[in-house]
Each structure stands twice: as structure tokens, then as C-alpha cells.
Design a binder for this molecule. Structure first.
Ligand code: ADP
Ligand code: MG
Length: 474
């Protein structure tokens, strides 16, 4: 696999000038974040960190990731409808993990009362790394799938123009033309619009559940803007607002400030810190309603790492997607090694192996948002501590993916441009809509490439580690 831009990365003076141009273009295109000092205000904003050059990605792996996305959509949708599978899979985890237990409680309550919602909307992002093989080739391996608040579809629509600009400045017009156009926010909005339409109430709103401190607001606005262009109005509210001003009528229609809500789009609610007792109450109210939740609570649970691990068990995909051997084969080809830490022999063995070869494994709790996984010596210490406790069932072990590093230059507000050895993570956005038992939309709608310096084990742009990038197909 060819790895880079070679001599361009060595000319410091040229890099500095290119970086200035790239940053100005990024600002002009709207590749923006609010600052960490002022996360609730758009008075002062800056650019979202990004790579100076697009990173080389084998076309075949890009195509493979796109081709398997509709299968992942089907799989998530199947898991979310399979209450027995969710119950069995999460039973050991929820004994020891309060957050997952709370989500599961709501899921059970909704099932008991009967699900009022008839239209289901999934907006997800499946993330991959490129495992380096001995012969120099690379294999696509899934890191995880995000079924709630999958972000950066808006900003990823704007970064291709920045990388084309950089290459055009260098006179590399042919290379610039190879950068793929990308518009996930449009596709995500299309899914929301379809769900809104099927809900079938002309004046109903889309309710975006937002955080008070939201640095990534421009990413969300990109979707809001696409919806408004279709004459669908979005209201942004916090969980606290839902507690105070949200209500259900006798048909469990959801109203917010007196306005009917067709679709609830969560950009909050995926971490324990997002929930006070009051916010859990608000989530339950939303889940009980007949509004289309994106995601509904079962689909959020389908995105847990424990579910990911159980799906990799031999025979499991065949049960969940009966009669679809080709989809099963495409899905399985992307699975890395995943190991249960439930009490018992299988878990004991996984722990022994991870302690013996810490660089080959990652220890993952049931968390989202970056910065929660344990690697290396920290992982070993945690495993030693957890070994004899049932708490270990709230974690999973995963094979550590080792991509081939390459050079790129990372640009961040307030830091000098830095040429470093990097690895990338590719995300593909998927959208599906189901009405009752009928799937009415199943699509892939774009990609996100994030790149980070190799010294960071964990990732995430919001976590301050990875930066936005574009694949340069080779
Ligand atoms: P989160 O829900 O916090 O995003 P992830 O499973 O995506 O959790 O892990 C966070 C980051 O950790 C990823 O973006 C990636 O950089 C790194 N990571 C996770 N799993 C692996 C793995 N199996 N091999 C290598 N790196 C990993
Ligand atoms: Mg992730």
C-alpha cells in the first residue's frame, strides 16, 4: 500500500504557506467548531482540526465498506426488533453496568406498555480501520457501529473542497479531481424527512435533543438546514426542556411547547453524564411516545459493544439474518476478534491471552464518545483487578487493529502544523427507515475519514485526538 505525499511533507516553508491557505479555506467552507472556552456560543468559533493532505485509502476497501453498509443497516434493525436476543445478550452486562441497565429498563418498560411508534429511523455510522497484512496489503476491520448521535456527517460534506484547494494550489489538478464528493448530511436529512413524511402530520416538527454546551453545532446545523430546505422545521431542545414542557396526549402523540413532534433526533443521551434523574424521566417520556425516535431505545442498545461481541459468535448472524448468506459473509469479513468476558472458561481464557500479549488487545466498557477504552499496561492492571469479579462482564475484549502508519500534517487551532506518523479510521454513514415490518429505505449516504497520530491509542475528533480527513483513493 502506497502511503503518502512524500517530499511534500519535508518542505517546511511550503507546508506553512499551504497550511495558512488550507485553514482559510476551511473557515470559508464552514468546517467549524465552537471553542472549548465558549462551547455554548457561536460568537467566537474556529476551524475543526483537519489534515493538510487527504490520506491514501485503497479503493477496494472503500468500496467494500460502502457495499456492506446496507447489510449493517439490516443487522442493526434486526437486532433492535429481537427482544429475546437483546435480553440474553445484555443480561450479564446490565447486572454490573448501571448505564446500560438504565437504558435496558426503559426498553423493558416500553415493551411492556406496547411500542406506540410505527415508523423507525436508523442513522448510523460504521467505523473501520485497515489492518496491515504481512504481504503489505490491508484488510477492512470494523471498530464499532454508532447507532446514536453519529456525528461529523455535516462537516465531512465540507472538507473535500479544502483538500481539493490544497492540491490545486500545488498545481495537482488531476489529484484534486480524485477527491470524492461527499454529502452525508444531505442523506441523513433525507432519512429524517422520510420518517417525518411517514409520520404524516403536516405541521409536526423534528425535535433535536441537544446539549447545552455543543461545540459541534455546525455539524448539526448542516442537517437542520437540509431539513428546512424541505420545509421541515427543527426545534432544538434539551432533555430538561422535555421534562418541563413535553407531554403526551391520550394517543401518545408527543408535544413540545404545544407543537406536535414527528421525529426525535438525539444528539445527546449516549453517555452517563448526559443523564440526571430528571433526564432519564424525559428519555422515558420520549420513548413512550409514538414519535419516530432516532434511535429508539432498542436501536441504541443494538449499538452496544456487548452486542457487537455477541454478533461475532459463530452462527449468530445466520440466526439474525436468515436466508441472507451473502449479507452474512460480507458482514463477517469485516469482524475483528471479539471476546466475551462473562464469568466462565471462555472469559478466563480471553483474560489470560490478553495479559500475556497486551499489545494485541483492547479492553472496552459499554461506553461511547471516545476515551473509555484501555490499552497496554492499563488494560493489564484492569484485567488483574476484574479477573475474579462479575464486573468483568460489563467489558468486552477486542483484537487490536494495527494499520500501517503514514505521514501527514495535522492542523489544529493554536498549534503549529505538525508532520507526524498517522493512522486513519473510515466511517460509512447508513440510513434506513422501516414502517411496521416494511423496510422503505436502506442506503449508504457518505463517509467520514478521521486521522490521528499513532501515539494515541484511543480516538475521536470530539475527544480532541483525531482530525478530519478525506480518503484519497488509490
Ligand atoms: P467509542 O464508542 O468511544 O468511539 P470505539 O470502539 O470507537 O469507542 O473506540 C474509540 C477509539 O479507539 C477508536 O476510534 C479507535 O481509534 C480506537 N480503537 C477502538 N477499538 C480498536 C481496535 N480494536 N484496534 C485499534 N484501535 C481501536
Ligand atoms: Mg468510536
Amino acid at each position: 500500500m502506497a502511503t503518502g505525499w512524500g517530499s511534500l511533507l519535508q518542505d517546511e516553508q511550503q507546508l506553512e504557506e499551504l497550511a495558512r491557505q488550507a485553514v482559510d479555506r476551511a473557515l470559508a467552507e464552514g468546517v467549524l467548531l465552537r471553542t472549548s472556552q465558549e462551547p455554548s456560543s457561536s460568537d467566537v468559533v474556529s476551524y475543526a482540526p483537519f489534515t493538510l493532505f487527504p490520506s491514501l485509502v485503497p479503493s477496494a476497501l472503500l468500496e467494500q465498506a460502502y457495499a456492506v453498509q446496507m447489510d449493517f443497516n439490516l443487522l442493526v434493525d434486526a437486532v433492535s426488533q429481537n427482544a429475546a436476543f437483546l435480553e440474553q445478550t445484555l443480561s450479564s452486562t446490565i447486572k454490573r453496568d448501571n448505564f446500560t441497565a438504565h437504558l435496558f429498563d426503559i426498553h423493558k418498560q416500553v415493551l411492556k406498555e406496547g411500542i406506540a411508534q410505527t415508523v423507525f429511523l436508523g442513522l448510523n455510522r460504521s467505523d473501520y480501520m485497515f489492518q496491515r497484512n504481512a504481504d503489505g496489503s490491508a484488510t477492512l476491520k470494523q471498530i464499532e457501529i454508532n447507532t446514536i448521535s453519529a456525528s461529523f456527517g455535516g462537516l465531512a460534506s465540507r472538507t473535500p473542497a479544502v483538500h481539493r484547494h490544497v492540491l490545486n494550489v500545488l498545481g495537482k489538478t488531476k489529484e484534486a479531481a480524485k477527491i470524492l464528493s461527499n454529502n452525508p448530511s444531505k442523506g441523513l436529512a433525507m432519512g429524517i424527512a422520510k420518517a417525518w413524511e411517514l409520520y404524516g402530520s403536516a405541521n409536526a416538527r423534528v425535535l433535536l435533543i441537544a446539549q447545552e454546551k455543543e461545540r459541534n453545532i455546525f455539524d448539526q446545523r448542516a442537517i437542520e438546514n437540509e431539513l428546512l430546505a424541505r420545509n421541515i422545521h427543527v426545534i432544538r431542545r434539551k432533555f430538561e426542556d422535555v421534562s418541563e414542557k413535553g407531554s403526551l396526549d391520550q394517543d401518545r402523540r408527543l408535544f413540545m411547547d404545544g407543537q406536535e413532534v414527528a421525529v426525535v433526533y438525539f444528539r445527546d443521551g449516549y453517555m452517563p453524564s448526559h443523564y440526571s434523574l430528571q433526564n432519564w424521566g424525559a428519555r422515558l417520556l420520549l420513548e413512550r411516545s409514538c414519535a419516530v425516535k432516532c434511535p429508539d431505545i432498542a436501536t441504541q442498545l443494538a449499538g452496544t459493544k456487548k452486542v457487537q461481541q455477541e454478533l461475532s459468535r459463530s452462527g449468530m448472524l445466520e440466526v439474525l439474518l436468515p436466508g441472507q448468506p451473502e449479507a452474512v459473509a460480507r458482514l463477517r469479513a469485516t469482524f475483528a476478534g471479539l471476546y466475551s468476558l462473562d464469568m466462565g472458561e471462555e472469559g478466563d481464557q480471553a483474560i489470560t491471552e490478553a495479559i500475556a500479549a497486551p499489545s494485541c488487545f483492547v479492553l472496552k466498557p459499554q461506553r461511547e464518545g471516545g476515551g473509555n477504552n484501555l490499552y497496554g499496561e492499563e488494560m493489564v492492571q484492569a484485567l488483574e483487578r476484574l479477573k475474579d469479579s462479575e464486573e468483568r462482564a460489563s467489558y468486552i475484549l477486542m483484537e487490536k487493529i494495527e494499520p500501517e502508519p503514514f505521514g501527514n500534517c495535522l492542523l489544529r487551532p493554536g498549534s503549529p502544523a505538525r508532520v507526524v506518523q498517522c493512522i486513519s479510521e473510515l466511517g460509512i454513514f447508513g440510513v434506513y427507515v422501516r414502517q411496521g415490518k416494511t423496510l422503505v429505505m436502506n442506503k449508504h449516504v457518505g463517509h467520514l475519514l478521521r486521522t490521528k497520530a499513532i501515539e494515541h491509542a484511543d480516538g475521536g475528533v470530539a475527544a480532541g485526538v483525531a482530525v478530519l480527513d478525506n480518503p484519497y483513493p488509490v
